[in-house]
Design a protein around this ligand. Structure first.
Ligand code: HEC
Length: 147
């Protein structure tokens, strides 16, 4: 009789332990699923943020170049100094002038001073500063503007 109850006890014990393990496994799976979902949701959010930044483009690189290379003449407010330095505010930047300069004036050919990418950045900044709102330019535009 004693042996039998020990055997039953052992069976019950084995059963409950194995149930415990199985349910633990289930929990792990659930936890994994939840974690995966969270990662997936986070990825969605990251994409959303990335899309948003593209829409509200970042002109900080161009702004730095403007401050270092253009501001002395065209001024921080883009209004220039009349009559020596024309305003850039209220215009679409003349790519030809920025790339090739204007002989006989203080406006240098920036293709000699800046990389193509830097010219793209500074023009896109100028074209979106002080209420300006022109289409974004690309590296190809610089290539075709070069004389
Ligand atoms: C040393 C002074 C000086 C600096 C620095 C300078 N510019 Fe100019 N910029 C001028 C002058 C002078 C003109 C007028 C040239 C002309 O009559 O064609 C001009 C003309 C321009 C124009 C044409 C404006 C118009 O009325 O159509 C643009 C665009 C321009 N500059 C952009 C820039 C950018 C961008 C930078 C910096 C990368 C820069 N400039 C740096 C003096 C300067």
């Amino acid at each position: 009789m004693k042996k039998l109850s020990i055997a039953i006890l052992a069976i019950i014990l084995t059963f409950s332990i194995s149930t415990l393990f199985t349910s633990c496994g289930d929990n792990e799976d659930d936890a994994n699923d939840a974690a995966k979902e969270m990662v997936a949701e986070n990825e969605d959010t990251t994409e959303d943020v990335a899309e948003d930044t593209t829409e509200a483009a970042d002109y900080s690189a161009g702004k730095t170049i403007y401050t270092n290379k253009c501001m002395a003449c065209h001024q921080e407010n883009g209004e220039g100094v009349d009559p020596s330095f024309p305003a850039l505010k209220g215009k679409t930047a003349d790519l030809d002038i920025v790339v090739n300069g204007t002989d006989g004036t203080a406006m240098a050919a920036f293709k000699d001073q800046l990389s193509d990418q830097e010219i793209v950045d500074v023009i896109n900044y100028v074209n979106h500063a002080w209420g300006n709102n022109a289409d974004a330019i690309t590296l190809d535009d610089i290539t075709s503007a070069k004389k």
